[in-house]
Write a protein that binds this ligand. Sequence first.
Ligand code: DC
Length: 229
Amino acid sequence: MNQISIAIDGPSGAGKSTLARQAAQRLGFVYVDTGAIYRTVALYCLRSGVSAEDLSCVPALLPQIQVDIDYSSDGVQRMMLNGADVSEEIRLPEISMFTSVVSALPEVRQFLLEKQRELARTHDVIMDGRDIGTVVLPDATVKIYLTAAAEARAQRRCAELRQKGIDVSFDEVLRDVQERDYNDTHRAISPLKQADDARVLDTTCLNLGESLDVLVRLIQEGLPDAQRG
Ligand code: DC
């Protein structure tokens, strides 16, 4: 039987990970956070001394990188880098910006393409990222483009960081969001863009619960009858 795949793309901070994870739980799909996979590769590069100004060594490092996703602890996705759990470390702000730069390299995208497709071949997935509906899974069962105004995304990111005790200014976070948007939409290979056949969900004026309800409804509307539950 063919697997069901739900592709969710959109800019940083639109709530993709939180919403996709919760939608996957509700619908009984495996959630794949592809940003976390890119972050894990970027972390290895950073630890190996690569800087954003000179990425020439990155292709040579790729064969040394083993990225695994471990779902054994109550279905939560843990990211394993060469056998070690790096799930916390990949969320550091400096990794976010560095990942945005490293993920623009064609060699890095190629390296991770088959890994993502393999996951979708073997599981019913909700996969979130930037190019899932356009490049990784162009035949996905349902495609969603999840977005929100940059200011709303920066506001949410600020609240999240402050809750973790990290003191940040709104302007700084907004600049960060805008810079990552620019990188992600302007890179030559697989830039972030809405797939022609994607449904758009703009969460600027919705809270988390409302966004989740709309997302689940959009997914269910796109599923074959037997899968709607
Ligand atoms: O979703 P995120 O913020 O964890 O993603 C981190 C970076 O990885 C983001 O700047 C863009 C990149 N990325 C990508 O290029 N392609 C994906 N499918 C997922 C993430």
